[in-house]
Design a binder for this molecule. Structure first.
Ligand SMILES: [Zn+2]
Length: 646
């Protein structure tokens, strides 16, 4: 029926394509035939182009004039240090040496505890004490410390059998760590011995782990007093407090795989100190492969079969995005973003919420009772538009310039420490008070609905490019950014979102009958996608039942968004439908190499982009009538075959 017009080069030698037959292909063809994919990239799209826009804006500020804004100076110095590969290559791994020597001079677990407790000395932490966060079950507007115990070195069973062969993954870690140890001045045999000691320690403490099923999501919530009671050898609670985590604020911690913490505690003895040190060192080094000189970055990437980022500017942005993302966000809003956009996007969102309420009330397949639950959910949306009103109170230690004696590695260490401070500040805030969630970085390309706190998040980073232009006609922004906003709103009512209530709790607000009707509608959509072939010019394999279930939530969200927007369009005078529909297709423009497209189809929860335009459009009479699309045209879909869930 259609081609997958998102495959790079697919238009070559093709005859004319009518918009009545394949709308996305017809609208995006000119663009796709001219566009080039940048070296090293796998695609170019509305998304990547907007990413280029905000990245260029950030780089301009990072390399621009100095101001008396301390945070900006820190970011500018950080950027300059990261991009200065000549100096970094001269330094090699030398800046890491004092930290390694400090760790290796430890001779007891008492000293080791001090080391783990000191954020200035301890660069990485302790792998069984990996900090993440979860939503507080009793109050979704709070976050709770979640300890994710990880087995760091071995991945496969064979790695834990004494004398057994190492798995390829473990062998890559060995080569990486040994390479770095040698670069730090260790002899070949010492490097090997350190890795063997680390591996031996992990094997040993894992054999004392009881009853763990690594595939189960095994989490316990412990009051802090019990958490302290449970661990006598290694005082995890005190270590966390020393590092700055306010675990007493909510009085409990959540732990995934507590058996690993138990077992590490049991093995935390002076007798094992060499193993504990080696294990901590190896894990630290594995974390720092791309933070040293170029040779280390390239060699370790080769060992691990990972791609390096060639472009120094892109590399620096990537490192900053992983270490100080919230600082980049604030810089973007203060120096790159037109702040008058926020009230405008807020107004558009409010308009959409009104339309959405009306749309729900007009659905004829759910009862008033279920409608009330849906409306309540909309009324209680937490809206995070563009950027938050408040930011957490956390300051990065000023990063100085190279001239003032700072090294790139020092800067990275300060940046990593800052990201911990940021997490810590977040831990003691109720996050409905004008803060954006800690893991939402709004100067990137994104928008999301989060069911945990019933929030609709539209990032500043997506308010540009093909999506939004404050000077563009209403229709264009409606087909662009508002499609995204409507998509996120609809996620509150897709097959997963429908199970959560207005406070983000997993709770049923449906009548039994309405839920069954909803499921029937979802099944009809799944059936449609099951038979649909995602890349017809490459293979005739359809999505199939499993593939269809994988993409159904995203497909539901696109359809719901368009329906909501069409109800807004109907109320406008002289609405330019052509401009609106075109924009719906333009934000899905895509040119991706065929191999990458195969991977996309196999893994992505979103349908291929061309279908994300065509399928929602063909479901509504407003579109079909406007272009006079009739039975026999490729875009036609008979009323009885339509699949909108909402
Ligand atoms: Zn989505």
């Amino acid at each position: 029926m259609w081609i997958d017009s998102g495959i790079y080069g697919t238009f070559e030698g093709r005859g004319e394509i009518s918009l009545k037959d394949d709308y996305a292909a017809a609208i995006n063809r000119d663009w796709a035939e001219k566009v080039k994919i940048r070296e090293g990239a796998e695609n170019v799209s509305a998304r990547t182009l907007q990413t280029d826009n905000f990245t260029a804006a950030k780089i301009a500020v990072l390399t621009g004039e100095k101001t008396d804004d301390q945070d900006l100076t820190t970011l500018q110095n950080y950027y300059a240090l990261l991009t200065d590969w000549d100096t970094r290559n001269q330094e090699g791994l030398a800046p890491l040496k004092p930290y390694v020597e400090d760790l290796m001079s430890i001779s007891s677990v008492k000293e080791m505890t001090k080391y783990y407790s000191d954020p200035e000395r301890n660069l990485y932490g302790n792998p069984v004490l990996k900090i993440t966060f979860i939503t507080e079950p009793q109050d979704p507007f709070y976050n709770m410390l979640n300890i994710l115990s990880q087995i760091m070195l071995g991945d496969e069973t064979e790695d834990f059998q004494e004398g057994g062969k190492e798995s390829p993954a473990l062998s890559r870690k060995r080569q990486t760590a040994e390479y770095m140890l040698k670069r730090l001045g260790y002899s070949e045999s010492d490097a090997k011995a350190i890795f063997d000691t680390a591996k031996g320690f992990e094997q040993n403490f894992l054999t004392t782990v009881e009853g763990i099923d690594p595939t189960a999501n095994y989490t316990v919530n412990l009051p802090v007093s019990e958490f302290e009671e449970r661990y006598k050898n290694i005082p995890y609670a005190d270590i966390l407090r020393s590092l700055g985590y306010d675990i007493d604020f909510k009085g409990k911690v959540s732990i995934q795989y507590p058996q690993l913490l138990d077992s590490f505690n049991e093995n935390y003895t002076d007798e094992n100190i060499e193993g504990i040190k080696a294990w901590t060192l190896v894990n630290t080094l594995l974390e720092f492969t791309k933070y040293g000189d170029r040779e280390t970055y390239e060699e370790t990437a080769k060992i691990n079969g990972t791609k390096i980022i060639e472009d120094p500017e892109a590399y620096a942005i990537d490192v900053m995005q992983t270490t100080v993302p919230s600082m980049l966000d604030q810089m973007y809003v203060n120096y790159c973003f037109d702040k008058s956009i926020k009230p405008k996007v807020t107004e558009l969102t409010d308009m959409m919420l009104d339309a959405y309420r009306k749309m729900i009330m007009e659905e004829d397949w759910i009862s008033d009772e279920t409608k009330a639950g849906a409306i309540e959910k909309i009324d209680n949306f937490k809206l995070n538009i563009c950027y938050p009103d408040k930011v957490y109170d956390a300051k990065c230690t000023p990063i100085k310039s190279a001239a003032e004696g700072e090294t790139a590695l020092d800067a990275i260490i300060k940046g990593r420490r800052f990201s911990r401070l940021w997490e810590q500040a977040m831990l003691s805030h109720r996050n409905d008070e004008g803060y954006m969630r800690y893991d939402v970085y709004y100067s990137t390309l994104g928008a999301c609905y989060l069911q945990q706190d019933n929030s609709v998040n539209i990032f500043a980073g997506i308010c540009g490019g093909d999506y939004y232009d404050p000077d563009a006609p209403f229709e264009k922004n409606l087909g662009g950014l508002c499609m995204i906003v409507g998509h996120e709103i609809t996620h509150a009512f897709d097959s997963e979102g429908a199970d959560f209530d207005k406070d983000g709790a997993q709770k049923n607000w449906w009548t039994e009958e309405d839920k069954a009707a909803f499921q029937k509608r979802v099944d009809k959509l799944v059936k449609y996608y099951s038979d649909l072939v995602p890349m017809p010019q490459v293979s005739d394999t359809p999505y199939g039942e499993e593939g269809a279930r994988h993409v159904q939530k995203e497909a539901t969200a696109d359809l719901g968004a368009l329906k909501c927007l069409l109800s807004i369009a109907k109320e406008q005078d002289n609405f330019d439908y052509d401009m609106f529909f075109k924009q719906v297709a333009i934000i899905q423009k895509e040119a991706r190499y065929e191999e990458a497209e195969k991977e996309y189809v196999a893994t992505e929860e979103h349908p291929v982009e061309a279908y994300r335009a065509n399928i929602p459009l063909q479901n509504y009479d407003d579109f079909l009538n406007f272009y006079d699309i009739k039975e026999g045209d490729g875009m036609y879909l008979a009323p009885e075959d339509r699949i909108a869930v909402w």
